[in-house]
Design a protein around this ligand. Structure first.
Ligand code: NI
Length: 134
């Protein structure tokens, strides 16, 4: 591991220290490493490389044919989907977690399509990385 020093003005450093304490970092180095990793993952997603991610959906169990629609969209993109899990959250709501892998723009398009389906209450695409190129 290499060491290097960073110059930062006092105000920014104070904010950074407060922020890393809030997020449970014990030292600046680990916080900086995570920031760099996050930036590189964002770059991977922008560059259209193969990425891995998780789509999290919460939707209305009672909305007519919604489950069928969401399943149909997933079947249309079966090549992108590694695994999915359905949880019956409560009487009215379902949670679905879909693990995806593929070209960044295609994965994002799938996430957008699921998000735009009527009756979907919340939808998140979490970008991850194998770290091979990081
Ligand atoms: Ni359910």
């Amino acid at each position: 591991m290499e060491r290097f020093s960073i110059s930062m003005d006092d105000g920014l450093l104070k904010k950074f220290d407060r922020n890393l304490k809030k997020h449970g970092y014990s030292n600046r180095s680990e916080a900086v490493r995570d920031l760099v990793r996050k930036t590189l993952i964002d770059e991977e997603w922008k560059a259209g490389e193969e990425v891995v991610g998780v789509i999290t959906l919460v939707f209305d169990h009672h909305q007519r044919q919604l489950q069928d629609k969401l399943t149909e969209v997933q079947h249309d993109h079966h090549d992108l989907i590694i695994s999915s899990t359905h949880v019956h959250l409560d009487h009215d709501n379902c949670l679905e977690v879909i693990i995806v892998k593929g070209e960044a723009a295609t994965v994002r398009k799938l996430a957008d399509q699921l998000k735009a389906t009527r009756g979907v209450k919340s939808s998140e695409l979490t970008s991850a990385s194998t770290g091979k190129k990081l």
